[in-house]
Design a protein around this ligand. Structure first.
Ligand code: ADP
Ligand code: MG
Length: 358
């Protein structure tokens, strides 16, 4: 039996100025689970989080913690009584308090009564040598780890995090994400993390809830959601995409890459075949194989390189299809950097194509 969710958001909606900013959002987060609310800026993520925290109130819907209602039309338990920890991008530490005193701040009895818990947490974020230091003596990443220890000190059953890593530089961020994740898992905290960065969500989440204009459009494990997007926008949120257009006739769509099965699309309906740049295959020379189809790869189509950019591990090659002038992109290992004008053959990895109505 699945574990009872620690946090449940049940059909929550919120309007501002006559606009549905959050529109019927439902989600559950189990102990030890990280759910990422992922979506573009302005889609209603922070508003949802603020409602869960209790600093804002929904117009309709309920918030439950361990099966008990903490907020609905008649009840509204204040934030400090919800057993919820908060971590935001601008996590201000108290500048006049030592690291240890910062971590002990929310604990009854302060540092004196909780020294072992404080030391334990600071050991786990690798900052025990800084117990007596002051915030201004720490780097941004170290301060962030103190903020995490402070948020976890009262053992919140639920942690709400709003873009907590976006103020950190890239290389530091990966390390802090990993440490944070490990600590949250050890504490079996139910985590709702808001981010607009798909890479962060894929790295952190057990489950991603993809949000758009106040609604959750898709939920699932990162692998699932990346490989089975519900629509073109969901596919395009995670990476660049290519679109090959066609018209479905008799459940088949003709393209420069051969026929695609498009069952469920009406005769004459415009369809889009969507594929990520890493799933195109480039051949500079088909060694006599020509464009003939093999069952797995379909038809090879001719393209001409327009631009190629070196990006470190890989190159991004943009090319124009000979047949209809469509522009497509492929990523290839960076050992290839073809010159503009180079002709090439392209095939699509058919198992990685998504078909959507246009
Ligand atoms: P996100 O965190 O996904 O970027 P927010 O939840 O912060 O988005 O905001 C969603 C929308 O709601 C935005 O258009 C924002 O301007 C609007 N909004 C948020 N809070 C308020 C408020 N208190 N009053 C009016 N509009 C608000
Ligand atoms: Mg926000």
């Amino acid at each position: 039996m699945p574990e009872q969710p620690r946090l449940e958001i049940d059909a929550v909606s919120r309007r501002f100025d006559g606009r549905d900013v959050v529109a019927g959002v439902s989600l559950g987060v189990a102990p030890g689970q990280v759910t990422c609310l992922l979506g573009p800026s302005g889609c209603g993520k922070s508003t949802t989080l603020r409602i869960v925290a209790g600093v804002d109130r929904q117009d309709t819907g309920r918030i439950l913690v361990d099966g008990k209602v903490v907020s609905d039309a008649s009840r509204h338990i204040p934030p400090e009584h919800r057993g919820i920890g908060l971590m935001f991008q601008d996590f201000a530490l108290f500048p006049h308090l030592s690291v240890a005193a910062n971590v002990a701040f929310g604990l009854a009895g302060g540092l004196r009564a909780n020294r072992s818990r404080v030391v334990d947490l600071l050991e786990r974020v690798d900052l025990v040598d800084f117990l007596d230091a002051y915030p201004h003596q720490l780097s941004g990443g170290e301060q962030q780890r103190v903020a995490l220890a402070r948020a976890l000190a009262p053992r919140p059953a639920i942690m709400l995090m709003d873009e907590p890593f976006s103020g950190l530089d890239n290389r530091l961020r990966d390390d802090i994400r990993d440490r944070t994740l490990a600590l949250l898992k050890e504490e079996r905290t139910a985590v709702l993390l808001v981010t607009h960065e798909p890479d962060e969500a894929m790295r952190m989440a057990d489950e991603i809830a993809l949000m758009r204009r106040g609604r959750i459009v898709q939920r699932g494990a990162p692998y699932h959601i990346y490989n089975n997007p519900v629509d073109r926008a969901a596919a395009g949120f995670f990476s660049d995409i290519n679109i090959v257009r066609g018209i479905s006739r008799g459940a088949l769509t003709e393209t420069p890459f051969g026929q695609f099965l498009t069952p469920g699309h009406a005769d004459g309906a415009a369809v889009e075949i969507v594929i990520r740049p890493q799933h195109l295959r480039i051949d500079f020379d088909r060694q006599g194989r020509g464009p003939n189809p093999t069952p797995s790869e379909g038809v090879a189509a001719r393209g001409i390189v327009e631009r190629a950019r070196f990006m470190g591990r890989e190159s991004l090659v943009e090319f124009r299809m000979e047949q209809d002038g469509t522009m497509l992109k492929a990523t290839v290992p960076a050992v290839f950097l073809p010159k503009p004008g180079t002709p090439l053959w392209l095939t699509l990895r058919r198992d990685r194509c998504f078909v959507f109505p246009a």
